[in-house]
Design a binder for this molecule. Sequence first.
Ligand code: GLC
Length: 821
Amino acid sequence: MSAARHSLAWVAGAALAFIWAQRGLAADSSNSVDRYRASAQGLIVEISAPRDDVIRVRAGRDRLPEDASWAVLPAVRTHHQNMALTQTGPTVQLRTAALIVRLNTATLELEIDDAAGHVVLADASRRSLVITPGAAGAPDSIELRKKMPADAHYFGLGDKTGPLDRRGGAFTLWNTDASQFSESTDPLYKSIPFMLGVAETGGSVGVLFDNTWRSHFDFGKSERDTLLIGAEGGPVDYYVLAGAGPKAVIETYAELTGTAPLAPLWALGFQQSRYSYATDAEARAIARRLRGDRIPADVLYLDIDYQDRNRPFTVSSQAFPDLPGFIADLGAMHLRTVLITDLHIARAPDEHYAPYDSGAAQGVFLERPDGSPYVGKVWPGDSVFPDFSRTSVREWWGGLYADFVHAGAAGFWNDMNEPALFDVRSKTMPLDTVHRIEEAGFEPRQASHAEMHNVYGMLNSRATYEGLLKLAPDRRPFVLTRASYAGGQRYAATWTGDNTSTWNHLRLSIAMLNNLGLSGFAYAGDDIGGFSGPGPSPELLTRWIEIGAFNPIFRDHCEKGKTAQEPWVGGPIQEAIRRRYIEERYRLMPYLYALAEENSRTGLPLMRPVFLEFPQQVARTGPGGNADQFMLGPDLLVTPAPIGESPDPYLVSLPGSGWYDYWTGVRQNLAEVTETPRLDRLPVWVRPGSIIPREPLVQSTAELPRGNLQLWVYPGPDCVGHLYVDDGVSLAYRSGDYLRQSIRCRTEENVTIVEFDAREGRYQPWWHEIELTVHGVAGSPRRVVLAEHTVASRFDAKTQTLHIRLPDQPGVSQLRIEAAP
Ligand code: GLC
């Protein structure tokens, strides 16, 4: 029997039906199927379409892998759009409203085209799907080979180092405690097997390779123009996401794996940390200095030394005799406390260590194949490890937070969750350590650590997130995790791990955070100032704080034993510059928060590479291009020097013309600008056509701003800005307690019109008046009219700005600025 004759299909809405493929018959059958299976060469492949613009491919030897996922939301994964099936010879064609899949049923080669006939993703012409049986009970290894079009650029895979564009690189996904990583260290802490391909013509594709085993993506490194995706075990189960541009693919990825829930507002504030503020007195001194020096800040972190003998969920009574009192006093200073809670539990039987005792009693810890507990060394010494693949264990873990939540801690930090182990070359636990999967959607079964390793950190942060929600159902949890997997953005923010205090690490952070954002992790930051190494020079720390002020998570953190690196270190001149940038972030908080809210709906990251807004710029992601730049939302473009320590002038190219200098408001009509580096200036540009909401300076987001909402209007094409406000901490916004409003502007002949859309939601804003600053105004207007009444305005010739004060505009309204003839 020929391989092709094994092809079969499921007919939608009907009982199972078989359609026998026959060679040589043109379009001999036309049917609607909701899944299609073909077998050839000892392999079976299933094709389905969870959405019209997403194709899912599953394959295995003799049988299909388990249909389950830690990453993809069940509602999407189990949804099957109908596909119109036609067959021509060995080629089966499956068509959704957006895509056409062509499968050669003899070779199992696959090509996916969009409705216009452009190739979205095509298999390489040989060995496009290889499943190699493992020797002696070892798992099958798998590899996919896809073509890489010459003009395509590749992104994603989380915070891998190296250039922004991953073309020409090869990467391993294996969560690793990569302390003191360098530019070429791989693997790192997270495994996000999602890549985004963007062609210079704009067409974009995403691939989520949903396999938790040690895996790899090779973007033409081993074999020119060939994308290799493979794993040392686990399923062939991948999703191809097609989109008209990169944003569409990112939004579809969010439909598949979920978005990050809206963070508490304070998580966007400045966060001060170090390993460790080891005593109550030391931590309070930092808090007092932040306030005394008027450095706006929202969070202070306590690293492992607040604990008793590094035991998670304990408090050292010497170091912090009254933790609730400490947290309350910080709260009175408008600072929140985030506590580290690592996942290793000290193996301390009979020592009244509750996490060990209750965990052991409930059998939550991972075991060796012989049934003995797995014990490994981490901070507390001999430790045991919860099996987060069990729902009941996650619930047990979540419950451990009760005392800390009760004590007022605002958020939690899940570190070392690759998991990291000391004193072993692998840096982690043995691969045959036994997990038990007990999770809706999965077969209840045992799973090796080889299968669960990459998803362990994500399940740890999930247990924390879900536990916190249960303990405080109306409060937005804040969890910071180091390790994660695709979809982990649903539970935690992240940072890039133990970087080093060098200019190169500061530079690397931009591509790392941009790629994290493209991989779902919109809330990402790096250790500002660098974690390891000799402390940063004052200039490096200053520049780092300047850039960090425009990153999604803004946390200053460093290693034990290092010289201090808080914002005041290095003297008053440096401190004044740093303060100015931290203040600027607080002034921009309404803009940042509206981006966070957008992210919670769409998955679009807060921090973005330039090409996400300007896809034609993807051709410039290579050396000498714009890979060292980033955007904060659609409107702000941050352009640090590509070599941060160099005093040499550098060229900044702006996509299109008419950008405004953020600091001076001056409109720049050139597409290329020469910047001469100055430590007190980080060049930032505003897209023509934006409206940026701002607020009066506060020292913490716990303070209500006093004064007026400011709207800075930068006229240009498609001019729009967004406001989003709520209480910042609770979940009341989900039932209508929020305020959302768009404001637009346009210029008609010699009239500039600013329009307020109707406001959504019932949240009452903190302002009563709005101060409008319109940039790029040539002269004093003839008049300004709001609802037929003339409004006073003030023209500033020096800055070419027009200032107008309005009562709050909750409803639809229009302001007309009529230029003088
Ligand atoms: C790890 C973390 C670091 C933390 C330290 C102590 O190295 O990456 O951020 O400070 O452990 O907890």
